[in-house]
Write a protein that binds this ligand. Structure first.
Ligand code: HEC
Length: 189
């Protein structure tokens, strides 16, 4: 008797219109990818801080962050990265669409929305092809050492190392709870 239930579900799923379901799936998959990206970054960061302190951790962020982004991009066949209005690495510069969404996130956070829950997606035209784009805000959360390298009062040794690697660094002066930037995903459709 139990068999009839899954069979019924299968029929219903097949009968659903593709558009809405496809979109929900892309959003859910993007949210998952961002979660694994964030978890991988935080694991690397915490391990590096523990084993060699913040100066060592800067070198790890410098090499591991782009590596992790590249691995997740490859796994999904998407472009996955991080961007910000105040950049450390110029390679993370936003394009016009990302800039618009970063500004929108600032407004939403100022309007009282919890930055941990702010995200946005849109299907855009990219050179005549449809592309799914997704962004998720990156706040500076409680209990994370972000301000050691992005805060207002940075240890001189850390400052020296940051200057050496990122002479045009703008990503300092942040406060707890502030909006640091966003994860960004592009999926071909
Ligand atoms: C040990 C120093 C250090 C700590 C701690 C640190 N970061 Fe960074 N952060 C960096 C470095 C170095 C880069 C540049 C990475 C690169 O080259 O892509 C960076 C880049 C970023 C970027 C990409 C945008 C940009 O400006 O290039 C974001 C977003 C970011 N950090 C957020 C955070 C958050 C959130 C935390 C806390 C969970 C954090 N960082 C903790 C050193 C640090």
């Amino acid at each position: 008797m139990k068999r009839t239930v899954p069979l019924l579900f299968t029929t219903l799923l097949v009968a659903l219109p593709a558009g809405a379901g496809d979109m929900d799936q892309r959003v859910a998959a993007s949210r998952d990818a961002v979660k694994s990206f964030q978890a991988a970054l935080q694991n690397e960061l915490q391990a590096a801080m523990k084993s060699g302190g913040p100066v060592n951790a800067i070198t790890v962020c410098n090499t591991k962050a782009p590596d992790i982004a590249a691995a997740i991009s490859k796994k999904h066949g998407w472009q996955v990265g991080r961007t910000s209005l105040k950049l450390r690495n110029p390679a993370n510069s936003p394009d016009a669409w990302e800039l618009k969404i970063l500004q929108l996130f600032e407004l939403r956070a100022k309007g009282g929305e919890n930055p941990a829950n702010i995200d946005f997606y849109e299907v855009v035209d990219s050179g005549g092809k449809k592309e799914f784009r997704y962004m998720k805000a990156i706040p500076i959360p409680e209990g994370m050492p972000c301000l050691t390298c992005h805060g207002q009062d940075i240890d001189p040794k850390v400052q020296t190392k940051l200057k050496e690697l990122y002479p045009k660094d703008q990503a300092t002066g942040y406060q707890r709870g502030g909006l640091r930037g966003a994860f960004t995903i592009r999926q071909p459709m």
